[in-house]
Design a protein around this ligand. Structure first.
Ligand code: C2E
Ligand code: CA
Ligand code: CA
Length: 838
């Protein structure tokens, strides 16, 4: 008997003892998120720690256990050990990252393994998404039909199932087509082979996996060079000796801790998974690595990844579209760009402070700037941070190069930002001594209905300003010096903080910002007021207070852009649809010399619409019902030729009453109106141009803040088109898509700018909307149902799109995802009740 056979016998004879005595252990090997270098998972690997023979490798005992049909006992034990580790972590308040463990083909024959897994996990009180299951491709290849059933069962229960060792043996692509795996583990053989071919294969595998909506993990990473390669090809996760060998749990955690590797926060997991799926590091990142990938370059979103520390900022990755965008504003190289970020200019310091803001807020931050005569926009968000710095994913666009539509989109955002940021907006004419409240949102600050600005200031000081702040306020509001102070201010606006009595009679801090309205001659200024309690001072440290101030600056800049921006015509009208004013662009566009030619007239009198009726109707809806319109296409006559425009309008309030409207339009003649929202693509559903699920999530943060900081509750309305599948089958996909587009429009029109809408799935839509009284939501839900039902025909074919809908209120639940699930569940239970009633 040779040694090998002897060992097999030993294993067989002592396996039960090994189980009983705890010689079977689980070792853990770290799985690292490529983009962030954080710990995002562990793989549990079996070890037999024998008192006599020492540490036995699975390569030795697994074949024996498989041969003698005992393997399921081992695999079940490993799961139990993982669950034990989880309990321990919970007790010690430590983050537990998802753990994957291995199953053999035989397990499924020897035991009802899905049932066992679920029972064990639930008995531990562990969320299912903390356990992932690895199955090798050879295991599924043997009996595909049976294995597909088993895998689907596990996935339906809520477990991710991963394909292990992909590419190691059978490598039939059919396997990927026929099975639904959540993640592809690329066999270590490809990485260890340094040849070009293996690299090419990895690139193709990663791309293919992304197409098939699988995450990717590369095994066997042993060098820094390999890790870097994986970053560039967009492989999301890595595992290998470079990051750590399999070790007992405690030891593994200590080692990672020692090396400063942080565990991914549970809340970030989904975000990174999503980010990976979006293929942010898309084909364009591969340029120079593979010629076959050139086709993907064209779709490249201008992106870069910036590593930022307290002292320094550097580009980690850029793609060609990004560099092209830089060149279009005259920045020729990355070192050049870096130098300009660090330069001692106002713009650079603004950019740096936005970068810092992104680092702190964790949200998307944007900066609009005018650079060398180009109107540019930077968006960025922190994708990862560690003790001394963070990685920012940023895009940079030269909007002067892009279709007007993009601007329209931006300004739409700008208006919303504006209206959500400020509680009250007044238009003040210094030389005429008049004040008009354009907007008083929450009535935090009492309105004073006087026409004269000076009298308003006097009355306000008497009634509302805290006595210690009166002098300061008077000086700030002094009409004699406003213009001069504005001209001298380096930022282009004035701001002051003071305390004012709110409706409850107590004093609150407010911030007032004053900006000039350049196109109206310098006699008009805009005053913006908002309470600072919005962001409770106690809750934020000094750094984020700066960020809040940044926000003010930003709003002022936005407004300036809005008013001055060359391509946007801006105007405002009174209650009778008569013009009260317009900006220079508007006047130039229509060739009007003096704004007085316009004031007091309505559109018909100006005679510039081909068909004035839709515009009139729109405006009446706004003035009578307080609705808003956004991006409504129309035609108008300008200097003798017919132009296509997109118009957006919102109501203006004086006290509680609508006193007029403010509107803007962009000329989109000869412009492709769709397809160009590239930058926003990952947040926007390309079919309906509403937000997608991810956009909805992003926006919900704003709504939640509104609740937390201003006690403004909001609701999610979930809408689902009934029998959509039937439409699809009977009229075809294309028609059904057109229906969805119209549903999107119906929702958008019903909603105006008073809320946001998203298409969250095939025929599923969701709306977020703030409210004072739940009744508003109920009636909005009805309006939405009606608007969709009223679609009537699509492409000439009659249809009656009934909707199933339900709403959930934020303050009664928690978090958007839960609200969404609850609303969906409500619809589902309504549906099944209806069925029962039939
Ligand atoms: P696997 O699932 O592909 O696990 C990865 C193996 O590669 C592990 O070997 C790991 O130690 C090794 N490895 C990880 N990184 C590197 C690297 O950078 N370089 C090299 N050269 N190797 C690396 P281990 O733990 O000896 O496991 C061998 C195989 O035994 C596993 O391959 C798996 O198929 C099987 N196995 C291990 N534990 C279990 C278990 O609990 N149940 C079942 N059914 N099979 C198991
Ligand atoms: Ca494995
Ligand atoms: Ca493997």
């Amino acid at each position: 008997m040779d040694a090998r056979e002897g060992l097999s016998e030993y294993i067989l004879e002592n396996f039960q003892l090994a189980l009983d005595e705890g010689w079977i252990e689980a070792y853990y090997q770290p799985v690292i998120r490529t983009m962030t270098r954080n710990l995002c998972g562990l793989e549990a690997l079996a070890r037999w720690n024998d008192p006599e023979k020492g540490l036995l490798s699975p390569a030795v005992f697994i074949p024996v256990l498989e041969e003698h049909r005992l393997i399921h006992k081992l695999d079940c034990r490993i799961l139990e050990l993982v669950c034990r580790e989880y309990k321990q972590s919970v007790k010690q308040n430590e983050i537990f990252v998802p753990v994957s463990f291995n199953l053999s083909r035989l397990d499924f024959n020897l035991k009802d393994i899905p049932a066992f897994i679920d029972k064990t996990v639930l008995a531990t009180g562990m969320p299912r998404d903390l356990i992932n299951i690895e199955i090798t491709e050879s295991a599924v290849a043997e009996d595909p039909r049976f294995m597909k059933e088993q895998i689907d069962r596990l996935r339906t229960m809520g477990y991710q199932v991963w394909m292990d060792d992909f590419g190691s043996e059978y490598s039939s692509l059919n396997i990927l087509k026929d099975f639904d795996f959540d993640e592809l583990k690329i066999d270590m053989g490809f990485l260890s082979d340094t040849g070009d071919k293996s690299r090419e294969i990895i690139i193709s595998m990663v791309n293919m996996a992304k197409h098939l909506k699988m995450q990717t993990l590369a095994e066997g990473v042993e060098t820094a060079e390999q890790a870097n390669f994986l970053l560039h090809v967009g492989c999301e996760k890595m595992q290998g000796y470079f990051f750590g060998k399999p070790m007992p749990y405690e030891q593994c955690m200590l080692k990672l801790d020692d090396e400063g590797v942080e565990a991914e926060a549970p809340g970030m997991r989904k975000y990174y998974d999503d980010l990976g799926a979006v293929n942010v590091l898309d084909g364009s990142m591969l340029s120079g690595m593979s010629t076959q990938m050139d086709g993907l370059e064209r779709s490249g979103i201008p992106f870069c990844l910036i590593e930022m520390t307290d002292e320094d900022a550097d580009f980690m990755l850029t793609n060609e579209s990004f560099r092209r965008e830089l060149r279009s504003v005259g920045i020729e190289s990355l070192p050049d760009a870096k130098e300009r970020i660090q330069a001692n200019t106002a713009l650079a310091s603004q950019l740096r402070s936005i970068m810092n803001k992104a680092r702190i807020s964790g949200r998307i931050e944007t900066l609009d700037m005018s650079y060398e005569g180009h109107f540019c926009s930077a968006r960025m968000r922190c994708v990862a941070s560690w003790k001394n710095g963070c990685a920012l994913l940023a895009s940079f666009r030269n909007l002067s190069n892009n279709p007007a539509v993009l601007k329209e989109q931006k300004l739409n955002d700008a208006l919303q930002v504006f209206f959500t940021l400020y509680d009250r907006v007044d238009l003040i004419d210094i030389s005429e001594d008049s004040i008009q409240t354009l907007y008083n949102k929450n009535h935090v600050i009492k309105s004073i209905d006087l026409e004269s600005f000076k009298e308003t200031v006097d009355a306000f000081v008497e009634e509302s300003i805290y006595f210690e702040d009166r002098e300061k306020y008077r000086a700030f509001s002094d009409p004699e010096t406003v213009r001069e102070r504005l001209e001298q201010s380096t930022q282009g606006y004035l701001s002051e903080r003071y305390r004012v009595r709110n409706l409850n009679g107590s004093f609150i801090w407010v911030v007032q910002v004053v900006v000039g309205m350049p196109s109206m001659g310098s006699t008009q200024v805009l005053s913006l007021v908002r309470s600072t309690t919005v962001v409770g001072d106690a809750q934020i440290g000094a750094t984020s207070r700066e960020a809040v101030e940044e926000g003010e600056k930003e709003a002022a800049v936005l407004w300036k852009n809005l008013v001055m921006n060359a391509d946007i015509g801006l105007f405002w009208k009174d209650k009778n649809r008569r013009f009260k004013g317009a900006n220079q662009t508007f006047l130039d566009y229509y060739g009007i010399q003096d704004v007085r030619e316009l004031i007091g007239k309505n559109d018909e009198e100006m005679g510039w619409h081909v068909d004035p009726e839709p515009f009139r109707k729109d405006e009446l809806r706004i003035l009578e019902r307080g609705e808003s319109t956004s991006g409504v296409p129309g035609k108008c006559i300008c200097k003798g030729s017919e132009r296509d425009i997109l118009a957006s309008k919102v109501p203006l309030y004086r006290g509680d009453e609508i006193s007029g409207l403010i509107g803007y339009f962009v000329d989109v003649t000869n412009q492709t109106t769709k397809a160009e929202h590239v930058e926003l693509m990952s947040y926007i559903d390309s079919l309906t141009e509403l937000l997608n699920m991810r956009g909805l999530l992003e926006e919900s943060i704003r709504y939640t803040e509104g609740f937390l900081f201003r006690q403004k509750d909001y609701a999610l309305i979930y809408l689902d088109i009934r029998q959509f599948r039937r439409f699809n089958q009977e009229y075809g996909r294309e028609w059904a898509n057109h229906l969805l587009v119209q549903v999107g429009e119906a929702i958008r029109n019903t909603l105006g700018v008073t809320g946001i809408a998203a298409r969250t799935g095939g025929d599923q839509f969701a709306v977020l909307r703030q409210f004072e009284d739940e009744e508003e939501i109920r009636s909005l839900e009805l309006d939405l149902n009606r608007a969709i039902l009223n679609i009537g025909t699509v492409d000439g074919m009659p249809c009656t799109p009934y909707v199933s809908s339900a709403y959930v209120i934020y303050s009664e639940g928690s978090g958007l995802e839960q609200m969404y699930a609850q609303a969906k569940e409500k619809v589902r239970s309504k549906k099944s009740k209806n069925k029962a009633d039939d």
